[in-house]
Design a protein around this ligand. Structure first.
Ligand code: APR
Length: 231
């Protein structure tokens, strides 16, 4: 009996993935960037100028994380692992993909539940949905910072993410406006033979060869997963 190799699905997600769970996106009308100035809370300059304001911004978002659950979209992605190799590549810093059951998640922009040393970036600690305050120090005595990628900083897992997209059989892009690079540019690495789906109620600028499923992730991902699992 020949073991047939599992097909590989990459699911590339953004803030819209967590919208049905109750977490705000960034660029929708009521989005985070309509309430906060990104220059004051999500750049190295902001951290240098007013670290307390940056710490508070992430404390508010981390506290919100304690009150929300994965949605049917997260669970549908995890269900695909029954029959496919599934790699989740997310711009989101929440842990809803993991809590929804996904076993392979690459966080391009870091993780809200983790903090790291400002003296040694290799020192990363998991604080769950706890608070990070001024004076919270790493084992080397330096202030801890959110383990989140700020604008102007290096994105994580770039090579691994581009390799996964280049090698996948099916690429599903869900809940992202595709406006932030280099993340948004990674979807161009998909091979011409890969099946491509874009799930969004809006119409983000996506390359023309994506099948646009116009609606919410918590409705459309379960439907798409059903179709892919019934093949
Ligand atoms: N289902 C599917 N898509 C949705 C839903 C939903 N229920 N609700 C909103 N969306 C879509 C919006 O139409 C939009 O296209 O999700 C997208 C959200 O876009 P952004 O708010 O720009 O979020 P994202 O693309 O993840 O931003 C990328 O920008 O600020 C930085 O680091 C931050 O990772 C973030 C990056």
């Amino acid at each position: 009996m020949t073991m047939n190799k599992k097909q590989h699905i990459v699911v590339f997600t953004g803030a819209g993935m967590s919208a049905p769970s109750g977490l705000a996106t960034f660029r929708d009308p009521d989005g985070i960037w309509s309430r906060y100035n990104v220059e004051e809370v999500a750049t190295p300059q902001a951290w240098a100028a007013d670290p307390n304001k940056v710490l508070e911004f992430y404390n508010i978002r981390r506290t919100q994380l304690a009150d929300v659950e994965p949605n049917e979209g997260h669970r549908a992605i995890a269900a695909l692992e029954e029959k496919y190799q599934v790699t989740v590549i997310t711009q989101n810093v929440d842990n809803l993909h993991e809590r929804g059951g996904s076993s392979s998640v690459l966080h391009l922009h870091g993780e809200l539940t983790k903090v790291r040393s400002t003296a040694d970036p290799a020192l990363v600690y998991d604080i769950g949905t706890g608070l990070l305050n001024p004076g919270d120090l790493c084992e080397k005595g330096s202030q801890l910072r959110p383990h989140v990628v700020w604008f102007g900083e290096q994105v994580f897992h770039t090579e691994e993410a581009c390799e996964a997209i280049a090698g996948c059989d099916i690429l599903i892009v869900a809940g992202t406006s595709l406006q932030v690079y280099p993340a948004a540019g990674m979807i161009l690495y998909a091979s011409p033979t890969a099946e491509r789906y874009l799930i969004d109620p809006g119409s983000p600028e996506a390359p023309e060869n994506f099948q646009h499923l116009n609606g919410s992730v918590d409705i459309l991902l379960p439907q798409l997963a059903r179709t892919l699992l019934d093949r």
